[in-house]
Design a protein around this ligand. Sequence first.
Ligand code: CO
Length: 134
Amino acid sequence: MIGRLNHVAIAVKDLAAATAIYRDTLGAKVSAPLPQPEHGVTVVFVELPNTKVELLEPLGEASTIAGFLEKNSSGGIHHVCYEVEDIIAARDKLKAEGARVLGSGEPKIGAHGKPVLFLHPKDFCGTLVELEQV
Ligand code: CO
């Protein structure tokens, strides 16, 4: 069901410092910061030949990654995003198999303007999973 790895998201406390690591130390192409108030994060996209890394910095009081950064003070992998062709079909199959879909269970428009859903980490090897319809 899942297709390509769309991105790995890494939560960071200091987006400028993280950008410098990826751009200057690791030599990757890094986008300008993009605030996403509806998701409580500011994002930069690191373009790699085969996938992307997204660096997420908390934005606002109610940021969904604030708690994660309290537990992981140096930052860390926050989620992985897999592509699916039909997000509703994928959701319904996963729910039928007992997986928990976070939030309302209805897809939201994600960082790339496409519908996304998040799956409970406890059902997926301790890793928050994002599905993105492509
Ligand atoms: Co993501």
